[in-house]
Design a protein around this ligand. Structure first.
Ligand code: MG
Length: 245
């Protein structure tokens, strides 16, 4: 079921809502639970797609040996790649170089196409944390990125969707087993989150629940069986997932 997470940090409650908020809006049932008493699932499973954007932070493009692309570089992750907070990332047998990528994710709230920049806030439901896990070896050898970025469990999202947030200047951090590895700001994106929604909607009709991943700051690296990766974004919270072989 769905719910609204509210209240001060550390003592949040979940107000249960009727049905699916992407279609029925938010209708509270009156039932409430302490956040610590519930298990959070992925806040949405996209109906149609996760659109990824590659090399959208100049410092990450540089560490990959690339210049930033001259236009946003898009790829797709299937909805079967999505898992929720705390769910294990299962390392695929065809790769021994899986990298983490901490990212801000945009969640679409309305069917839309060709959205002008001045209207993107009308179609954005909110924002969440994501990890765009990537099989770096396969990315280099396959000329398409479907397998490298689309394998099962390669897109953890959560812990919830923040619906009241300005995405333009937020701290974004990635932590591997408690050690800070990525420390950036969404203000360093080549194309901002709202610009990306407009741009992506020129290519794809976007449906309620679709997700746009906005790229990762510098500091990517490999993750192995038994490790844990956390994504912390200012104004949203922490997404934490263990990794298993
Ligand atoms: Mg990425």
């Amino acid at each position: 079921m769905f719910g609204v997470v509210e209240g001060p940090e550390g003592s949040e409650e979940v107000a249960v809502i009727n049905g699916d908020p992407f279609y029925a809006g938010v209708q509270l049932t009156g039932v409430r639970h302490a956040l610590e008493d519930v298990r959070l699932l992925a806040p949405v499973i996209p109906r149609s797609k996760v659109v990824g954007i590659g090399l959208n932070y100049a410092d990450h493009a540089s560490e990959m040996g690339s210049a930033p692309p001259t236009a946003p570089l898009m790829f797709l992750k299937p909805n079967t790649s999505v898992v929720g907070p705390g769910d294990p990332v299962m390392l695929p047998s065809f790769s021994d170089q899986i990298s983490y990528e901490a990212e801000l994710a945009v969640v679409i709230g309305r069917i839309c196409k060709d959205v002008p920049l001045e209207r993107v806030d009308d179609v954005i439901f909110g924002y969440t944390c994501a990890n765009d896990l990537t099989a770096r070896d396969v990315q280099m050898t396959d000329s398409q990125w479907a397998r490298a970025k689309g394998f099962d469990t390669s897109c953890p999202i959560g812990p919830w969707i923040e619906t009241d947030l300005d995405p333009e200047n937020l701290s974004i951090r990635g932590t591997l087993d408690g050690e800070l590895r990525q420390d950036g700001s969404t203000s360093d994106m080549v194309w901002g989150a709202r610009e990306l929604v407009s741009y992506v909607s020129q290519a794809f009709t976007l449906l309620p629940g679709d997700i746009i991943l906005t790229g990762t700051p510098a500091g990517v690296g490999l993750i192995a069986d038994g490790q844990r990766f956390d994504v912390d974004i200012e104004g949203i919270g922490r997404l934490s997932n263990p990794v298993r072989r």
